[in-house]
Unconditional design. Structure first.
Ligand code: FEO
Length: 170
């Protein structure tokens, strides 16, 4: 049976993962509006990533006999100053997710919930990749400089495809 404190914290994280998806969907719309289709594609794949994270947490709660409780999702924002501004905000957001996963892990240790700690380790590792992916794009955008460079980065990001994490059905 899932500890109530852990259940509440994971329900809160489901909300944050869906909020993350909402932010990335808003960023996708922003990139569509400035005709950077590759970046819009990258963000839409990121939406699916975040939805899969929310579903992973959802299944964990139900598998342990808990109750999923959904709550309203925050305002995702609409406009960013530039592509790099959007990706820098995405990185800041991922830093927040990493900090939240760290807090969930601390709670699991505090209440000696080994099953949750084991489950959360996947997210600890995932966050290393999440931050690194966004940071790599920021570095590419810094190197790209002019519009020809931006076009190349956009072309590259158009190739991203969603691969669901093991155990998650979309
Ligand atoms: Fe679900 Fe991007 O962290």
């Amino acid at each position: 049976m899932l500890n109530k404190k852990m259940q509440d914290a994971i329900n809160d994280q489901i909300n944050f993962e869906l909020y993350s998806a909402y932010i990335y969907l808003a960023m996708s719309a922003y990139f569509e509006s400035i005709n950077l289709k590759g970046m819009a594609n990258w963000m839409r794949v990121q939406v699916m990533e975040e939805q899969s994270h929310a579903k992973k947490f959802y299944s964990f709660i139900t598998d342990r006999g808990g109750r999923v409780v959904l709550s309203p999702i925050g305002d995702p924002g609409q406009n960013w100053k530039s592509p790099i501004d959007a990706f820098e905000e995405a990185l800041k957001h991922e830093n927040k997710v990493t900090a939240r996963i760290g807090k969930l892990m601390e709670l699991a240790y505090e209440i000696k919930d080994h099953a949750s700690a084991s489950f959360l380790q996947w997210f600890v590792d995932e966050q290393v990749e999440e931050e690194s992916n966004v940071d790599a794009i920021i570095q590419s955008l810094k190197l790209a400089g002019d519009s020809a460079g931006l076009f190349m980065v956009d072309k590259d990001l158009a190739t991203r495809m969603f691969v669901p994490p093991i155990g998650v059905t979309i």
